[in-house]
Design a protein around this ligand. Sequence first.
Ligand code: NAI
Ligand code: AKG
Length: 411
Amino acid sequence: MNSLVATSRNFRQAARLLGLDAKLEKSLLIPFREIKVECTIPKDDGSLASFIGFRVQHDNARGPMKGGIRYHPEVDPDEVNALAQLMTWKTAVVNIPYGGAKGGIGCAPGELTNSELERLTRVFTQKIHDLIGIHTDVPAPDMGTNAQTMAWILDEYSKFHGHSPAVVTGKPIDLGGSLGRDAATGRGVVFATEALLAEYGKSISGLTFVIQGFGNVGSWAAKLIHERGGKVIAIGDVSGALRNPNGIDIPAVIKHKAEGGVLKDFKGAGAMDANELLVHECDVLMPCALGGVLNRGNAADVKAKYIIEAANHPTDPEADEILSKKGVVILPDIYANAGGVTVSYFEWVQNIQGFMWDEEKVNMELQKYMSGAFKNIKGMCKTHDCNLRMGAFTLGVNRVARATLLRGWEA
Ligand SMILES: NC(=O)C1=CN([C@@H]2O[C@H](COP(=O)(O)OP(=O)(O)OC[C@H]3O[C@@H](n4cnc5c(N)ncnc54)[C@H](O)[C@@H]3O)[C@@H](O)[C@H]2O)C=CC1
Ligand SMILES: O=C(O)CCC(=O)C(=O)O
């Protein structure tokens, strides 16, 4: 199902549970602003290459719009729109003073050199610099982008507006990045998993995990699960998938990748069919890569008891229905992966204050926000007699609706 249709469907279901006025519902769904820009760069060989960049600013009722920038060949306007909308509900779920936005460029970052990526990022920034800003819209990394990408945006933006570290988060520590931001999404995923498992009298230790995606989110989640005694029995990325029923040595995989190795060539686990990864026998499944990977084609075959949505919208609504009938418990993206944007908020606060926190404080505050949000989601589940996805959606949508009503519409 189209990602925008799927996300809007979840929103509408939450709006109905909350009894929102139809006009308010419509206004919350329509994005504040959609930006589409053409970015042409000279490639290293002198030829020209053109790319389309997007930034969708979905809602700013609760504060500056916030969300990552994705570099991926499948980036399209509907997907960016859906991801921007998810950011609005996500920032409200963890109760940080932001709205939602998301950006992306349709490109294959792995096929561009570092200098081509730098030129592309700078051209994109030139085209959107007057529409982003510390108190309007604050980008961050997402799939295919990283701290270096944020450093280029910061530098290009600062040429127009003066030195502005708080205009992006997830930047290098040397440029005002926060300690703990690199690990934050994966760490938040693990805090969220612990909160969920505790409801069932379980903990990470001794359970089996399957993780799809071994980039920023997947590798940090895997590392922290491994450290807590969880057994990661299968992993995969764009190169392929690996399994080891005795548990994969995650620090060794991280070392292999840091030394330039490709995941599928790691020797401490056997190769497996990448399509089998999501339906592999395990206690906990963590999609940490693309959206829509759990769909009506594979949902019936999923064997995990818990799904932690570390990626954004990995579960299609059709799969959601099939999985819930099977009794699989799903921890939704707008809560499960909110640790990244939460520490982005801490980074922005530190930049504005001009005062750096130590990593212990960052991680402690993150845990507070994640466990507080889980309690609030459970409260909404009780109030509206609904599952965790609708608990999170009703929590987020209700906060945004209240802020919108309080601000009013007088011209
Ligand atoms: N980076 C962050 O702070 C946050 C990221 N997310 C979400 O988490 C997910 C992953 O993001 P990052 O780890 O930042 O991206 P990344 O670019 O660091 O890593 C992406 C991973 O997905 C893998 N992948 C790509 N295509 C694949 C395919 N067809 N099959 C299997 N694996 C594939 C890549 O090989 C890589 O391991 C995305 O859905 C993103 O929106 C959510 C919240 C915050
Ligand atoms: O850190 C941020 O501002 C946004 C992270 C993000 O893009 C996401 O949560 O999907």
